[in-house]
Design a protein around this ligand. Structure first.
Ligand code: UDP
Length: 406
């Protein structure tokens, strides 16, 4: 894992110094992160990178993962979809089972941190354990909350209001709540294997391994096989664009241990891709950071055609690599892309197809979009900014009224 000093060439001295200064009053404080998967998806991705950096700053960051059985993860996945506005049915017994699993986890994941930092709905019932012992509880929501299904929102609200603060990724996700709401965008780590610079030969080695032809344009989408990422829509857009411009399509991704729907989506994708040897459907194992990095860098255009999106880390990852990105204008994606300046925002399969064709035909314009995207990520979506925002939030709870000399 990199040391904070290694971020200096990317973010500059003053931002780095600031981190050490604001962290000092929190030295030794335990920040206990709790979520539902150690691998797969954006939350696990961020925590893996962030925990060691917090520790270097003197904050005792921990990470616990709750346990659940198949039924629990089927329920939480349905909840996730429902909160994203996709109609789902959950019975009273499902909600009960959800709460029971939360309670059963109290033995396993004692909420003992000075700050108990829960991520997403899965572990939320642990807040029942909250006592009057001075610990602060934060709920971090990574979900697109623009149009949550009413019964699920009602249910969750009863838990959310017991926290000190709720953190959302984009302004549009905030809800009427009696507690503090904080906007903190997620981030990527520029020094991780997923995002660090690669040599040409590292990129080529990965492309060769998957049988990709680097002399022809590659269009890619890297995402879990989840229907909200619309991989089938991606194939349809590619097929439309392909009538006008030559390219290969890469759909790469794995599953997450808390996502039971992956296999079904993957089967559907394989059916849609059948018979076209220029479509590469790659099911990636969890430790595929370098391969993802290389695939993004080898792409002439990166897509993120999500139907709903909390933030969309994959967009930031591709922009950081100065790739031209075509992405749906949903969830946190418009925070990352200004249309026709730092990428392209679309609303349909046809729109996506049109822009694939445009960008492949105009590489100079595509390159400008990519460069602007990279600068936008440098200013706003790197892990060091994210850590700073979290520290400021912790300070506001633990040391209200303190003045920090910067
Ligand atoms: N990712 C990965 N392997 C995969 C698919 C995705 O490591 O097979 C990573 C991806 O690079 C990104 C994160 O998982 O860092 C996904 O975060 P995002 O916010 O894009 O979507 P989520 O999966 O959280 O809905």
């Amino acid at each position: 894992m990199p040391k904070l000093q290694e971020y200096l060439p990317i973010i500059g001295e003053s931002r780095l110094d600031q981190l050490f200064k604001i962290a000092r009053p929190l030295e030794g404080r335990v920040v206990q992160n709790i979520n539902s998967t150690a691998v797969g998806g954006g939350v696990a991705e961020i925590l893996t990178r962030m925990i060691p950096l917090f520790r270097e700053l003197g904050i005792d960051a921990r990470w616990d993962v709750i346990r659940g059985n198949e039924r629990f993860f089927a329920i939480t996945k349905a909840m996730h979809n429902g909160l994203h506005g996709v109609p789902v049915e959950l019975s009273a017994s499902d909600f009960e089972f959800f709460v029971e699993t939360g309670r059963a986890n109290i033995e396993h994941v004692r909420p003992w941190g000075d700050i108990v930092f829960l991520h997403d709905p899965q572990p939320i019932a642990l807040v029942e354990e909250r006592g009057s012992d001075g610990r602060h509880w934060i709920w971090r929501c990574h979900i697109d909350f623009t149009a949550p299904q009413a019964d699920i929102w009602e249910f969750l609200q009863g838990y959310i209001r017991r926290f000190d603060a709720a953190v959302f990724s984009a302004p549009a996700f905030s809800r009427p709540l009696p507690i503090r709401q904080v906007l903190i965008a997620p981030s990527i780590d520029p020094l991780s294997d997923k995002n660090r610079d690669l040599t040409e030969s590292e990129i080529s080695a990965v492309c060769n391994r998957f049988g990709l032809d680097r002399t022809r344009p590659i269009v890619s989408q890297i995402s879990r096989f989840d229907f909200l990422k619309d991989p089938v829509g991606v194939i349809k857009a590619y097929k439309m664009a392909k009538k006008h411009v030559d390219c290969q399509l890469v759909l790469a991704g794995g599953g997450a241990t808390d996502d039971p729907e992956g296999q079904k989506v993957l089967d559907e994708v394989r059916r849609e891709a059948e018979g076209d040897s220029d479509i590469f459907v790659l099911f990636l194992p969890p430790a595929s950071d370098l391969a993802i990095n290389a695939l993004q860098r080898a792409s002439s255009v990166v897509l993120q055609k999500s139907l709903r999106e909390g933030f969309g880390l994959t967009v930031a990852e591709a922009l950081w690599k100065a790739r031209p990105v075509i992405a749906s204008a949903v969830g946190g994606i418009p925070l990352q892309i200004t249309h026709k300046y730092s990428g392209i925002l679309t609303h349909s399969i046809e729109g996506t197809a049109f822009w694939i064709k445009q960008l492949l035909n105009e590489p100079a314009y595509a390159a400008v979009l990519g460069q602007n995207g990279r600068e936008h990520v440098r200013q706003n979506f790197l892990i060091t900014r994210h850590i700073k925002d979290y520290i400021l939030l912790f300070l506001s709870l633990e040391r209200p009224g303190d003045v920090i000399e910067l």
